[in-house]
Design a protein around this ligand. Sequence first.
Ligand SMILES: [Zn+2]
Length: 146
Amino acid sequence: MGEIPIEDVVFRIRPKGDNMTGIIDFKTDQERAEYNDSQLDQKLKNIVTLLAYYSWEFFNKKVFITEVYRTQHENNLIYKDTKHVSLHTYHHAVDIRSSIYTDEEIEKLLTVANTILYRKGSKHKTAKYHHVGNGAFHFHIQTSAY
Ligand SMILES: [Zn+2]
């Protein structure tokens, strides 16, 4: 499968609002507020919206956002490394719960997310399936901050 620029995909299916009431759930009201904060990258939200449509359409499961914004201090505690730069601290990343999906569904979601280029020529992937520190496996979705 080739890579499709996000502009060719997401803006055509832009929903009524960013909140996507119904198919995006949030761990807490804090994540909901951070997600709806205008500082969060719009392109990132478009990708999450697309994934939420896909997840709902094909798996009948809601995308569940577990983390949005993180301070550098919080990041240092997680990575035990003050040099690690996280796009969460730049309002360019969200984490999505993966434990609700089967291995096959995880594979499909990664393929869909990584088919969307967030910056032409970027080598960085849009989606990772990983865990950090002692945390649980999850999807990390990011867009370029520069
Ligand atoms: Zn993350």
